[in-house]
Design a protein around this ligand. Structure first.
Ligand code: FRU
Length: 307
């Protein structure tokens, strides 16, 4: 009888554990600077999809809605909640450096994604090389324009590192050509700002050969402004991000001459988090590859930028 009871109990426990699969051992806090652009929605989706294959981890997402103070508070909240690891894609370098450094100094591993912070207080940085992308865009554009032309540069937030690097890289890329930047403005990564800035550029310059925007929403905003002025056919548009449902689609539609890929790093962040949580040493820096998509290569999956 006793043996029978015991086997019933073991059976019941097995049933319970198959109904309630293994509960997570680790909690990861993911601090996203905003979810306004498709690219950031994709980053969160990439993290979620990668994490789903690992029942031992649970990811808590917070969206700072493009506000540095709110993002700092989110990081502090993760620390107080006792998360095992933090993934953060910071809005701006300077304001996010201290909260990230504080978390790191308390012994919480921190993976910084896409935009950098100042100093060295983080475990691992993951992102593509923005300087290289900017330089490749500059070279590609100089060749497209036959070595000469007038360019509008619509910059990403210049207090964030991708904006700075995409700008300085671009200037290196067009060096030696007769391509001239005739108008530049910080559109802070946002399509409506890009559209407004482009309206100013259009009103000041009768001849614009090309718009180089630091992201695809910016390039699209510029295109809409030019279209409203009936001038979209007289110039070319180039952006960065290369999402299938955004930049790559614009290239297919003939709206953009090119989009340079900027991978989100979401999957790599989860892979790295698993290594760290498993006690293995992670790389300090992971540089993601990039591709350029143009109408000639879009159906063949784009072309990799040289390493
Ligand atoms: C989204 C975004 C992307 C860009 C990245 C740079 O917020 O502006 O379009 O590539 O951030 O950090």
């Amino acid at each position: 009888m006793k043996v029978h009871m015991l086997s019933m109990m073991v059976f019941a426990l097995c049933c319970i554990s198959s109904v309630f699969p293994q509960s997570p051992n680790y909690t990861i806090g993911m601090s996203q600077c905003n979810l306004g652009e498709p690219w950031r929605v994709q980053m969160n989706a990439d993290i979620k999809n990668a994490a789903q294959a690992h029942p031992e981890i649970r990811v808590m997402f917070k969206d700072a809605q493009n506000d540095n103070l709110r993002q700092s508070a989110h990081i502090d909240e993760f620390v107080r909640a006792g998360v095992n690891l933090i993934i953060v894609s910071p809005k701006e370098a300077a304001p996010l450096t201290k909260p990230i450094s504080d978390a790191y100094k308390k012994g919480i591993p921190v993976i910084v994604l896409d935009r950098r912070i100042l100093g060295n207080d983080y475990t691992c940085f993951i992102g593509a090389d923005n300087k290289k992308i900017g330089k490749a865009a500059g070279k590609w554009i100089a060749a497209l324009l036959g070595g000469k032309g007038t360019i509008v540069e619509l910059k990403g937030l210049m207090t964030s590192t991708p904006g700075q690097d995409r700008s300085s890289g671009f200037r290196e890329g067009i060096k030696g050509s007769r391509c001239k930047i005739i108008f530049e403005a910080d559109m802070k990564w946002l399509e409506p700002n890009a559209r407004k800035e482009m309206e100013s550029a259009l009103s000041r310059f009768p001849q614009i050969d090309l718009v180089y925007a630091h992201n695809d929403p910016g390039a699209h905003g510029a295109y809409l402004a030019a279209k409203a002025a009936g001038r979209e056919g007289t110039m070319k548009f180039v952006g960065i991000d290369g999402l299938p449902q955004e930049g790559r689609m614009y290239v297919k539609q003939g709206i953009l001459a090119a989009s340079f890929e900027y991978p989100t790093g979401g999957r790599e962040a989860i892979e790295t988090a698993l290594q760290i949580l498993g006690g293995k040493k992670a790389a300090r820096e992971i540089t993601l590859p990039s591709r350029v998509f143009t109408k000639d290569n879009i159906d063949k999956g784009g072309e990799a930028l040289p390493q």
